[in-house]
Design a protein around this ligand. Structure first.
Ligand SMILES: *[C@@H]1O[C@H](CO)[C@@H](O)[C@H](O)[C@H]1NC(C)=O
Ligand SMILES: *[C@@H]1O[C@H](CO)[C@@H](O)[C@H](O)[C@H]1NC(C)=O
Ligand SMILES: *[C@@H]1O[C@H](CO)[C@@H](O)[C@H](O)[C@H]1NC(C)=O
Length: 539
């Protein structure tokens, strides 16, 4: 839960329960140096953010309940803050102070009760456009059954739209001037933008796991291996019903794992990653290379004629395997979300508008502006005037857009129904830090109470990031069992930067370490919390 860990850190690591290091669980140590560097994903050199000289950053392999001790040295000329994009730990500016330039900070993260494929990324401004991201795998403990045989190999695909002409500071300056950023130049795969500059060698007859995350800024991507079927097995830490797909749509911020059996004649096949829902399609290709292959085979792509219908149908078919175990031996379906009474319904509607002649985005009419102090620290030190609880309504408001440091209050243990309503023409992707939610429904048009009749109250997928298609709605259920100040945001990063986000303050009057870890002793302090010393006084 536990934003506190991060607080001190300028990185954001979102992991379930990263709290104190638990003495009984194994520790893994990492020493990371964050620098600028040059790479040439398209043939010409450009400036990016490297971690230990790597782009993407180092891949973390861990096991459920490990303690990750990560000493991050910020050698940039700007503050740096990483978010561990998987669950209960946060590294966003609303909770955590960034690591100042020239300083280092050690995160201690406990990946408690987690499994699956995730990624970390820099959360400040649009630093993400320059890299600084990397993959995070959390394997099951040895005695916990995984619902498929051990694959012969395990490949990571970090994919995303890429803006090669401009570094992140130029993009930020454009957004700050109220302008839009240009169209992407290419799609990057593990730092490569030239088609067939990467290849993955496999053996005929064997099955491999592909972990795919969309680490890009704005665009939905489709993943296809020509001639091969994808068997979906995991989505953001949940084992799924194992259905077969010809290709999979992955929206910004999302992660999927598929198994692919090499059941075709031994040749070279194309792996194609292409943008979805764009007028111009951008793509990157890679080679699936069968060892001993004699040549290349041309296999046609099976792209659908109607992107939207294909994508909605696919999204609805993604379900939790109720009998599979997750991080613990008990079945994932042992918690019956449909039997819990909804205590509150939120309808969250996105909008785009100009405020003071600058492009802004909002949720329920409120366009978020950051405060001078992380909200969680202001809460902890009782610093007045940083934010007001209740500064964003539960329902869409009619009337214009306004700027505010939007914070919504909620009771610990409340059970929310959240409807994301998208009246716009673009695909949205929403993420809630600190939680997984059940995606119970999505459909075209405007949500109404009657829409509930079509909810999946049995085996909805539990995940942390959901898409909302143009002119549609998506409904999720979320059990607020994690005290903290949690960022609910658009994963379309330019929209988030320009206001499409708020913080959900999950509050309990009873202070208990079971509900929230205390602030770490080495927490970094900033803004109006800079001079506070009370950090050692914990409950
Ligand atoms: C900074 O790094 C040094 C060693 O590289 C380490 O001893 C020190 O504890 C780190 N400081 C913080 C605040 O993590
Ligand atoms: C669900 O998981 C169980 C237990 O591991 C497995 O036997 C079963 O094949 C899975 N079912 C589907 C439809 O994926
Ligand atoms: C097949 O792919 C491998 C790996 O990229 C490459 O070295 C080889 O030249 C390819 N063969 C053909 C016939 O394209």
């Amino acid at each position: 839960m536990r934003w506190w860990q991060h607080r001190g850190v300028w990185m954001i690591m979102t992991i379930t329960t990263i709290s104190f290091v638990q003495a009984e669980d194994p520790k893994r140590f990492f020493d990371w140096r964050v620098t600028y560097g040059k790479i040439s994903p398209l043939g010409h050199s450009q400036r990016v953010i490297l971690i230990n000289g790597q782009f993407p950053g180092p891949e973390i392999h861990s096991v459920t309940n490990d303690n990750l001790i990560i000493n991050v040295h910020n050698d940039l000329d700007e503050p740096f803050l990483l978010s561990w994009k998987n669950s209960y730990q946060d590294g966003v500016y609303g909770t955590t102070c960034p690591i100042p330039p020239g300083r280092n900070y050690t995160y201690a993260l406990h990946v408690k009760n987690q499994i699956g494929s995730f990624f970390y990324f820099p959360s400040l401004a649009v630093q993400k456009a320059a890299g600084g991201f990397g993959a995070l795998r959390i394997f099951s403990r040895p005695h916990i059954p995984v619902p498929f045989p051990q694959p012969a190999g395990d490949f990571t695909f970090l994919i995303g739209d890429w803006y090669s002409q401009d570094d992140h500071k130029t993009l930020k300056a454009l957004l700050d001037r109220g302008r839009k950023i240009p169209l992407p130049d290419v799609v990057l795969l593990n730092g490569h933008g030239l088609t067939f500059s990467t290849s993955f060698t496999v053996h005929k007859g064997k099955t491999y796991r592909f972990r795919i995350s969309n680490v890009g800024l704005q665009h939905s991507l489709n993943f296809e291996i020509l001639g091969h079927m994808l068997k979906l097995v995991e989505v953001e830490g949940t084992h799924t019903v194992q259905s077969m797909y010809t290709s999979i749509d992955i929206h910004v911020g999302q992660s999927y794992s598929v198994l692919v059996t090499m059941d075709q004649p031994p040749q070279n096949y194309s792996i194609v990653i292409s943008t979805r829902f764009t007028e111009t399609q951008y793509n990157v290709g890679s080679t699936l290379h069968y060892s001993n292959s004699k040549g290349s085979t041309f296999v046609p792509s099976r792209q659908p004629s109607d992107e939207l219908d294909f994508s909605i149908k696919q999204a609805r078919s993604i379900k939790t395997n109720l009998t599979a175990s997750g991080p613990r031996p008990n079945p994932q379906g042992s918690y019956h979300y449909s039997r819990i009474k909804i205590s509150r319904t939120l309808i969250l509607e996105s909008s785009a508008d100009f405020v003071n002649k600058k492009q802004r985005y909002a949720i329920n009419g409120i366009s978020f502006v950051p405060a001078d102090t992380p909200l969680k620290l202001a809460d902890y030190f009782k610093i007045k005037g940083v934010f007001n609880v209740g500064s964003i309504p539960d329902m869409p408001s009619r009337g214009g857009m306004r700027l505010d440091t939007a914070v919504m209050g909620a009771h610990h243990k409340a059970f929310l129904e959240v409807v994301f309503q998208n009246p716009e023409n673009t695909v949205q992707s929403y993420h809630l830090d600190g939680y997984n939610f059940w995606v119970v429904g999505m459909d075209k048009g405007t949500w109404s109470q009657a829409s509930r009749r079509a909810y999946n109250l049995r085996d909805a997928i539990s995940r942390s990031t959901t898409q909302v298609y143009p002119k549609t709605w998506t409904a999720v259920y979320v059990a607020l069992d994690n005290v903290g100040m949690w960022n609910l945001r658009s994963e379309v990063w330019t929209r988030r930067y320009l206001g499409q986000q708020f913080y959900l303050r999950v509050y309990s009057p009873v202070k208990s370490q079971r509900d929230e870890y205390p602030i770490p002793k080495n927490a970094l302090l900033c803004g109006r919390a800079s001079n506070r010393q009370e950090i050692y006084i914990t409950h």
